[in-house]
Design a binder for this molecule. Structure first.
Ligand code: SF4
Length: 399
């Protein structure tokens, strides 16, 4: 056996042994959309023959019941209902799911409960119903306020519906995220800035600004549209960051910006390598036990998922995360945080000593990608700009 220069034999062979388990979140996936967007690689399926709403809600509740032994007694701090398009579900359906969550799990009294909504499916009455059901944070997939760019993205909503969705959402929710995308077909730097300025006009608590990427297995990947070049995209990113900073938003993660105290607690738990149980078609989980950490994936196709739940076996694949991967996965998440993490968090969330990454940390520091200041470890400006290079340093040798 030959030791990799950055991975001396033995260091990462440490056994996983938790004294306390990480905080736990719950993710609930809704796998249907009105239409599949050409850039989307999420587990979303066109609801051609309508929604199987009642069957799906019953399956989610059964799925949760089946998962209970794995999270027994653990409090849940955040719930995220994502998709797909969860706002295709009626308020009664969401109420049914959340009532079951409350009955089956110790849900923290101050739990953040987010629902993703598509501006093309917004109805005022439905939003009021979601609020009454206990949803206290709404995330709107706006993407752009320009008709031309929404059309280029294949979205089902137009600019007027985007505006109306924000206005209705603000009548019912005081904690709102707007998703925006930039680097869109034919988009100029001015166009991208205009979208952000329009969003700022609504003073949302949170903004997520994603660069459009051509993911494999999407229509855009097979037939790529003409996109702004790297320089233009870089300029867009800079303008967006400047505008948001000037309006009091903290850039706390690669694509996330928040007013003080309004970070997405659910997403922060992912980035801080907390645990999450994912229920619903294709949902992923990461769960820690006293002596191991496992990942699970549920059946992706809605009908296959429903059948699997009926047989009491919603989980399609499960594997244990080994020490090497655990350390890398922690870094892959935590280094997305612009302010990095406290050293102690590494041991809390992996149960390993940070010594297992001593050489990698030194290497990243030498290359100017990482900064260690007292107990804090954070990407430098260079590290943020070249995050993939930084993460590469921590990649276990067999990958
Ligand atoms: S609405 Fe969202 S989840 Fe649905 S296809 Fe479009 S991008 Fe994907």
């Amino acid at each position: 056996m030959v030791a990799h220069p950055l991975h001396p034999i033995g260091l990462k062979a440490q056994a996983v042994k938790f004294r306390a388990l990480p905080p736990l979140s719950l993710y609930i996936h809704v796998p249907w959309c009105v239409r599949k967007c050409p850039y989307c690689d999420f587990n979303s399926h066109e609801a051609r023959s309508g929604l199987l709403e009642q069957e799906y809600v019953a399956a989610l509740i059964r799925d949760l019941e089946l998962a209970l032994p794995q999270i027994w007694g653990r409090k849940v701090y955040t719930v995220f209902i994502g998709g797909g398009t969860p706002s295709l579900l009626s308020a009664q359906a969401i109420e049914g799911v959340l009532a079951a969550v409350r009955m089956l799990l110790p849900l923290d009294v101050n739990a953040e409960i987010t629902l993703e909504a598509n501006p093309g499916t917004v109805e005022a009455e439905r939003f009021a119903g979601y609020r009454n059901a206990g949803v206290n944070r709404l995330s709107l997939g706006i993407q752009s306020f320009s008709d031309a760019h929404l059309k280029a993205l294949g979205r089902i909503h137009d600019a007027a519906e985007a505006r109306r969705a924000v206005e209705i959402a603000q009548q019912h929710f005081d904690n709102i995220n707007l998703d925006l995308m930039y680097g869109l077909p034919q988009q100029t730097v001015e166009d991208a800035a205009r979208d952000v300025v329009t969003a700022l006009g609504y003073a949302p608590q949170h903004l997520s600004c994603y660069h459009l990427t051509l993911e494999p297995n999407t229509l855009f990947h097979r037939h790529p549209p003409a996109l702004p070049d790297e320089d233009a995209s870089g300029e867009m990113q800079q303008r967006i960051e400047q505008l948001l900073a000037a309006h009091g938003y903290r850039h706390y993660e690669t694509s996330a910006f928040a007013k003080p105290e309004k970070q997405s607690r659910h997403n922060l738990n992912y980035w801080q390598f907390g645990d999450y149980l994912g229920i619903g078609a294709g949902a992923h989980s990461k769960l820690s036990f006293p002596d191991k950490v496992v990942r699970q994936a549920r059946h992706k196709q809605p009908q296959a998922y429903l059948d699997a739940v009926a047989q009491g076996l919603p989980v399609q694949a499960e594997h244990e995360i080994g020490g090497d991967d655990l350390a890398f996965e922690f870094m892959m998440n935590a280094l997305r945080l612009t302010e990095g993490f406290d050293e102690a968090l590494f041991a809390e969330r992996t149960s390993l000593s940070l010594l297992v990454l001593r050489r990698e940390l030194d290497e990243a520091g030498r290359r100017g990608l990482l900064l260690r200041d007292r107990s804090r470890i954070a990407p430098t400006e260079l590290g943020k700009s070249f995050l993939n290079d930084l993460l590469q340093v921590f990649l276990p040798p067999e990958h």
